[in-house]
Design a protein around this ligand. Structure first.
Ligand code: ATP
Ligand code: MG
Length: 278
């Protein structure tokens, strides 16, 4: 059994069963968002958003500040509902299963749909190694050798291994900002997610560190489906296969990145990508 299989067996044998049963899959899109709406109290932040995402692609979500980008991706791993007085309506279907189905355990959803945040947020008291291993340990993985292997693979996957392999016991907080963000990516990868959500992962980084992350995102799409929020138009154009442009909680336009940037169908999209507002 490969590491992945072993981990999947260990992780998904915990608690509730794997919600994404083979026979239930109708494998067209990896992620299908249908008529999604989300509120904070009485304020509606997402309005009737429908969006289909293919497996092993990178989708960029762009749009001016406050248009609902973060809220949208937080609805994709059931983080939105953790905000007091928030609610949502509609469907998010991942691998053919509605993640808001009442039989689904949100904890399992968060394992399968990883997230990387705007500001690198390593666990402050933990070593580099423990930052990556924490999720596994929390999920009851005890086999030290297996954890070692997954930590190494995840750090390699995040393009950080060579820089930290001799100082795994040093604090994660001792790394540079760009390294910390790659550590957070390694931490997400250690849970072997199928979808990775990234909320402006490079906005706190310098250009060198940002381009490292962009390269990494490009490589990771072999294994994962990635949805990345960015304010950086060049980044969206460089890194993504599809682009979704949002405005005031609505999805204005969605399509292949080349088309959105070179031949947008809506005037609003054209004005935004050419920097006329935002
Ligand atoms: N915790 C919250 N409580 C109340 N309203 C919120 C909360 N978080 C976001 N909002 C509101 O929801 C709307 C969408 O916010 P969101 O953070 O999703 O936008 P965004 O597109 O990610 O913006 P930015 O580019 O600045 O990160 C905004 O009007 C915002 O004020
Ligand atoms: Mg945001």
């Amino acid at each position: 059994m490969s590491n992945e299989e072993e981990l999947a067996r260990v992780v998904f044998s915990q608690g509730s069963e794997n919600p994404l049963k083979e026979e239930q899959k109708e494998q067209t899109y990896k992620v299908s968002i249908k008529k999604l709406e989300a509120w904070f109290g009485t304020k509606q932040a997402i309005k009737d958003v429908s969006l289909d995402v293919k497996e092993n692609t990178i989708t960029a979500i762009i749009g001016p500040s406050g248009c609902g980008k973060t809220t949208l991706i937080r609805c994709l791993n059931r983080m939105h509902e953790m905000t007091p007085s928030s609610r949502s309506r509609g469907q998010v279907i991942i691998d053919g299963i509605d993640i808001y189905d009442r039989n689904i355990d949100p904890v399992i959803i968060k394992r399968r749909i990883g997230m990387v945040f705007q500001k690198p947020n390593p666990f402050p008291t933990m070593s580099i190694y423990d930052n990556v291993a924490a999720g596994l340990k929390l999920n009851g993985v005890k086999d030290r050798q297996l954890i070692d292997e997954i930590v190494k693979e995840s750090l390699q996957g995040a393009g950080l291994w060579d820089e930290v392999k001799n100082e795994l016991d040093k604090p994660g907080m001792g790394l540079s900002g760009g390294q910390q963000q790659r550590l957070c990516i390694a931490r997400a990868l250690a849970m072997q997610p199928e979808v990775l959500l990234m909320d402006e992962p490079t906005s706190a980084l310098d250009p060198m560190a940002s381009s490292k992350i962009e390269e990494l995102v490009h490589d990771l799409k072999q294994e994962l489906t990635i949805i990345i929020v960015t304010h950086n138009m060049q980044q969206a154009a460089r890194v993504s296969d599809y682009t979704a442009f949002m405005y005031l909680g609505e999805l204005v336009e969605y399509g292949p990145t080349k088309k959105i940037f070179e031949n947008p169908q809506k005037e609003l999209t054209e004005r935004y990508i050419s920097g006329k507002f935002g």
